[in-house]
Design a protein around this ligand. Structure first.
Ligand SMILES: Nc1ncnc2c1ncn2[C@@H]1O[C@H](COP(=O)(O)OP(=O)(O)OP(=O)(O)O)[C@@H](O)[C@H]1O
Ligand SMILES: [Mg+2]
Length: 394
């Protein structure tokens, strides 16, 4: 998730708007270095116009050697040939005018392409990433989010995605997707020592070419026999064959959820705008802090975020101490698409709900969003200007 170094908070929103969902700003270079140390998959740093040129170039010079897969994009209010030449020598990948939003978007995309070329399919295959969708509350939309997020990540076959239903007692991914699995995780019970990708592949149910599902057991009592060791071995085996493993969970910190969270690279936290849910999500986030789970890799998804309930996005962000990555109002189209067996991301790709799921997917991958960000008409002007509906940081 790209990072912008800029001290002037006045220019930060417009610069972040030109960068992918999930990008964030820091006011000092030392925080940028901390971020890079914690995120070995980072691919770009944008150095803002307030940084003096000499200082910016010294960072670029340093990163060129220390982090060769991280591109540096330099933003300047104005620049001349000498500044361009010095930037090139320092290893700056692109110099972009501060007001050139399109230029910045393109520069970040180029940085991402370069990163993929350096680290991606041409070299050793990247291990798949585990994305756990979690909420301590039931019925908030975890399964709906998991299914649509998995489809958005699959991006019509661009990525290989496996959706794992770890709500072992009452999993409803299959029914949500109108799948009729012949196998489930139940057939892996007892195979802790022999799990590999080929074996798991035999248990998967195909939804469409881009998405496969590891279904939950048909009967709740099987849950007792699915051990944490089995779950972690399954998730590790799936990393070998899939780009993303999306995990739907039950609404509690049970053994299965904790094991998934232990393995997780990215955690999507689903919340709704009611006090009990927010209280429980807050406690869950504090627990995750204590257990050191997915720090810096959390994405807050606000579901059923309807204007009339009396709690605004600002308040949620204050209570939870993290920004909202994407949000979605209550929408009958979401339910109708689910009921028809074609989740909304596939059924209505331009629907605001689909855009919210795509925005969430972009935050999870840290890649540029696949469809243009969308600001619903009902969003108030303050939220619009703060860009709350465009990006999130964690
Ligand atoms: N944005 C939305 N607008 C309208 N309905 C929604 C929305 N999101 C989810 N729903 C509906 O709410 C219900 C609960 O959603 P879902 O099953 O995804 O929640 P869950 O958190 O997985 O529940 P559980 O804790 O029982 O597993 C479903 O009927 C779903 O279609
Ligand atoms: Mg569910």
């Amino acid at each position: 998730m790209p990072v912008l170094v800029e001290t002037d908070s006045g220019v930060v929103p417009s610069l972040l708007r030109a960068m992918p969902a999930g990008s964030h700003a820091v006011a000092a270079a030392d925080r940028m270095y901390v971020w890079l140390d914690q995120h070995s998959d980072e691919y770009v740093v944008a150095l803002g116009p307030s940084l003096p040129l000499d200082l910016a170039l010294s960072y670029a010079e340093d990163l060129r050697i220390a982090k060769p897969t991280v591109s540096v994009v330099l933003l300047r209010n104005s620049f001349d040939t000498e500044a361009l030449t010095r930037s090139m020598h320092a290893g700056v990948r692109d110099v972009v005018a501060t007001d050139d939003e399109k230029g910045l978007t393109k520069a970040v995309e180029r940085a991402h392409q370069l990163y993929l070329a350096l680290r991606g399919p041409g070299g050793a295959r990247q291990m798949g990433r585990v994305v756990t969708v979690f909420s301590p509350k039931g019925g908030v939309g975890k399964t709906t989010t998991s299914v649509n997020l998995a489809l958005a990540l699959a991006d019509k076959g661009a990525r290989k995605v496996c959706l794992v239903d770890l709500d072992l007692a009452f999993g409803d991914v299959s029914i949500t997707m109108q799948l009729f699995p012949t196998h489930s995780i139940e057939q892996a019970v007892g195979s802790e020592d022999s799990i590999d990708l080929a074996m798991i592949e035999g248990l998967l149910t195909r939804h469409e070419d881009s998405l496969t599902v590891l279904a939950a057991p048909a009967h709740p009592d099987v849950r007792e026999r699915v051990t944490p060791l089995l779950i972690s071995r399954i998730l590790r085996a799936l990393r070998d064959g899939f780009d993303y493993i999306v995990v739907d969970t039950s609404p509690s910190f049970d053994d299965a959820t904790l094991t998934a969270l232990d393995e997780t690279d990215e955690c999507v936290v689903v919340a709704t705008l009611d006090v009990p849910t927010l209280k429980n999500v807050k406690v869950a986030l504090e627990t995750m802090d204590m257990l050191n789970i997915a720090r810096g890799h959390r994405h807050l998804f606000l579901n059923r975020a309807d204007a009339e309930v009396g709690i605004g996005v600002d308040k949620v962000e204050n209570i939870l101490g993290m920004p909202v990555t994407a949000q979605l109002q209550s929408a009958m189209d979401v339910v109708a698409s689910t009921n028809s067996g074609t989740p909304i991301v596939t059924a209505l790709p331009n629907h605001p709900a689909s855009r919210a799921y795509n925005q969430l997917a972009a935050s999870v991958t840290g890649e540029p969003i696949a469809v243009p960000a969308f600001v619903p008409d009902t969003v108030d002007a303050t939220a619009r200007s703060r860009g709350l509906f465009r990006r999130g940081r964690s």
